[in-house]
Write a protein that binds this ligand. Structure first.
Ligand SMILES: [Zn+2]
Length: 453
């Protein structure tokens, strides 16, 4: 029997398991004794480990931070690293179904986590069952590692590595096919106003999201209202201007996007300041903002613009606020995979301060990089190509971070197929049943390749 047929035997089992895991709301909750990330993540981990135990795999629960299921023998460990926690989902955010009840419509499954990452974890379980059924000699240990805190800090994986060490070869099915051979480095920073006449400002929800809405309060007659409105019209921006007693409140609507792809969004903070400056608003902080960030999303204003053959640096302004007369905001920088944090900070050194404001670097994370022709990247690519026949799509570099940064010898591989948007972290997250089975088939091929390395 071929692998395709062997995987399909477990179709119903796969659906039943995924339905069970989706029904457990595993958003991070209040820590309790024996539940470091709250009840939900712990319950999801215990349920998943019970499934693997039923399969006859060796299972280990590492203090409800993470757990693993293992088959095979030998010195080396092939790790498949997935996560069981999810980001919040609320019916009123536009879901057509209950996010915690997996629902099938025409071969498509809907529910929080069906794609990211519970679906991938269940597909990996099926892959291990098939590997076992095949009866091939397992000279390495194959370990499905399941974490419960990927979405909110990956403390689960840090705990795993502390207890068990890294793996010899691994992949995390929490990114894209046919593999992610590089993940950009990150630098985080905050900026603060020194002198400003701005009365109040508030915008954004998170550092890693392009600010969608920003509201500012400034003195009346401090700029040309006509010029400001022209600027907003010319840039197709929705806005509201409200007259107050001695001040004017201006609210601008932009477009949110992930911080790693800031050019896909419209930053409300940046357009607000750019518009005010164009309208003749004279303020040291407004000048500071426009010269250091402006409408650039590539770090030009802070001296950090750079790129390599795998991509360019991105900079996002996520959140801004004001307290005790001081404006404070946060920025998220993702830099090319062949650079390092030290080099980026050095480039920014002379661009951190002027009369209107100051930027303070908060620290960084080094990038992850495997050469496209490294054995790990090539093996996984071959597995994908052999199963799907897609010889066009190549391994990629992303601006986001995955588990791969937290465990050695691992890259993201799956679970998203090329050019598809599964609405992860969004309403109506979905996955096709056909794709879950195909994932399992690819993981079987991948494990076989890694067994032979
Ligand atoms: Zn994920």
């Amino acid at each position: 029997m071929d692998v395709h047929s062997m995987v399909n035997i477990y179709r119903d089992e796969l659906l039943q398991r995924l339905g069970k895991l989706v029904s457990i709301n595993s958003v991070e909750g209040t820590p309790e004794a024996d539940a470091p990330f709250g009840k939900g993540p712990k319950e999801a981990l215990q349920a998943a480990l019970a499934m693997c135990e039923k399969d006859g795999f060796k299972t280990v629960n590492l203090d409800n931070y993470a757990g693993y299921a293992e088959i095979g023998e030998g010195e080396q460990v092939i790790g498949i690293v997935g996560h069981l926690d999810v980001v919040p989902a609320f019916k009123e955010d536009g879901w057509n179904t209950d996010p915690y009840v997996m629902t099938e419509k025409d071969g498509v499954l809907y529910g929080r986590g069906v794609s990211d990452d519970k679906g991938a974890v269940v597909a990996s379980m099926i892959a291990m069952k098939v590997i076992k059924d095949m009866g091939i000699p397992l000279t390495k240990r194959i370990r499905l590692i399941m974490g419960t805190n990927e979405e909110t800090g990956s403390k689960c994986l840090a705990h795993y590595v502390e207890k068990e060490g890294s793996c010899d070869y691994g992949f995390t099915p929490d990114g894209d096919f046919p593999g992610v051979h590089g993940e950009k480095g990150m630098v985080g920073a905050v900026y603060r106003s020194k002198k400003t006449g701005i009365r109040n400002i508030k915008g954004g929800t998170a550092r890693n999201i392009v600010c969608r809405n920003c509201t500012i309060e400034v003195d009346r007659c401090s700029f040309s209202r006509k010029k400001l409105e022209d600027f907003f019209h010319n840039n197709d921006l929705e806005y509201v201007i409200t007259d107050k007693e001695n001040t004017i409140e201006i609210s601008v609507q932009g477009v949110a996007a992930h911080a790693s792809l800031p050019h896909l969004g419209v930053n409300a903070i940046s357009y607000l300041f750019a518009g005010l400056k164009e309208a003749g608003f004279q303020d040291p902080f407004c000048d500071f903002y426009c010269s250091h960030f402006g409408l650039y999303t590539d770090g030009t204003g802070v001296g950090a613009k750079c790129s390599d053959e795998y991509g360019e640096l991105t900079l996002n302004n996520g959140v801004i606020g004001m307290k005790d007369g001081v404006i404070e905001g946060s920025i998220d920088i993702r830099y090319p995979v062949t650079y390092n944090t030290k080099k980026i900070i050095k480039m920014m050194e002379k661009h951190l301060e002027d009369d209107g404001g100051i930027i303070e670097i908060k620290g960084g994370h080094e990038p992850l990089f495997f050469a496209p022709d490294s054995p790990l990247v090539e093996s996984l690519l071959e597995a994908y190509q052999e199963v799907t026949g897609d010889m066009e799509t190549q391994p990629m570099v992303i601006g986001g971070g995955t588990y791969a940064k937290g465990i050695d010898n691992t890259i993201a591989f799956g679970c998203a197929f090329p050019n598809k948007d599964y609405h992860i972290h969004d309403a109506n997250e979905f996955v096709e049943i056909r794709e879950l089975l195909l994932q399992a088939e690819i993981y079987v091929a991948a494990i076989q390749k890694l067994l032979n390395l």
